[in-house]
Design a protein around this ligand. Structure first.
Ligand SMILES: CCCCCCCCCCCC(=O)SCCNC(=O)CCNC(=O)[C@H](O)C(C)(C)COP(=O)(O)OP(=O)(O)OC[C@H]1O[C@@H](n2cnc3c(N)ncnc32)[C@H](O)[C@@H]1OP(=O)(O)O
Length: 176
């Protein structure tokens, strides 16, 4: 992470600590409640520049026998960490995601995820995610990600017609 960082300022309209964060997109694989096969993560603003979520580890998420698939865990981190830019305003997309898998994460447990902004420089937002199974002093995974701010309307303009919600987006409804 660079040494010279911008000041972080909470967006006046973002969720306050304890309040829910709205999905990026109702059909998002991570947080969309209308996603047919998604993680359906419900996220909440945390203290400071953080976002928290809980995810029951279900059988369909299995990778090794009885434990979560690494890609599912990475997706969960990506989405929770990807929500943190909302705390300061702009939409941002992942350009870099690094995950440390520290302990097996068994099916049947509830994964507690917390992501926070470590710093911002220009369009780059540096984030960290931590996951545990109920004891915050014993993390089972940690992630670091870089998100780059975008003009969402322009960024998705040439792809939006492929969305399951293309009609709504084309009709100019809010991009959530
Ligand atoms: C409806 C609402 C939805 C809101 C949308 C929210 C959805 C969130 C969903 C969860 C998150 C996801 O899964 S997002 C999906 C996965 N991600 C993507 O599809 C992104 C694909 N990548 C891109 O489209 C592009 O790389 C962009 C647009 C992000 C950036 O391209 P660009 O605009 O040309 O900018 P560029 O100059 O390349 O990069 C900007 C700065 O970032 C740095 N940078 C770029 N890549 C990297 C990298 N891998 N590692 C380090 N640094 C990097 C550059 O050096 C530069 O630093 P400097 O020179 O300024 O210092």
């Amino acid at each position: 992470m660079p040494e010279e960082l911008d000041e972080l300022v909470r967006h006046p309209k973002t969720s306050r600590p304890g309040e829910p964060m709205r999905p990026h997109n109702m059909v998002c694989f991570g947080c969309g409640e209308q996603s047919p096969r998604g993680l359906h993560l419900e996220m909440f603003a945390g203290e400071g520049f953080s976002v928290v979520a809980e995810m029951p580890v279900e059988h369909w998420m299995e990778g090794g026998p009885g434990v979560i698939h690494g890609g599912i865990l990475s997706s969960a981190f990506d989405d929770v960490m990807g929500m943190t830019p909302r705390l300061i305003g702009p939409a941002a997309v992942t350009v870099h995601l690094q995950v440390d898998f520290m302990r097996p994460i068994p099916v049947g447990e509830t994964l507690h995820l917390r992501a926070e902004i470590l710093g911002k420089q220009g369009r780059k937002i540096y984030t960290e995610g931590v996951a545990h199974l109920g004891d915050p002093t014993t993390p089972v995974a940690r992630a670091h990600g870089i998100f780059v701010t975008i003009d969402a309307r322009k960024h998705f303009a040439e792809h939006v017609e492929r969305s399951a919600r293309a009609d709504e987006f084309k009709a100019g409804k809010p991009q959530v």
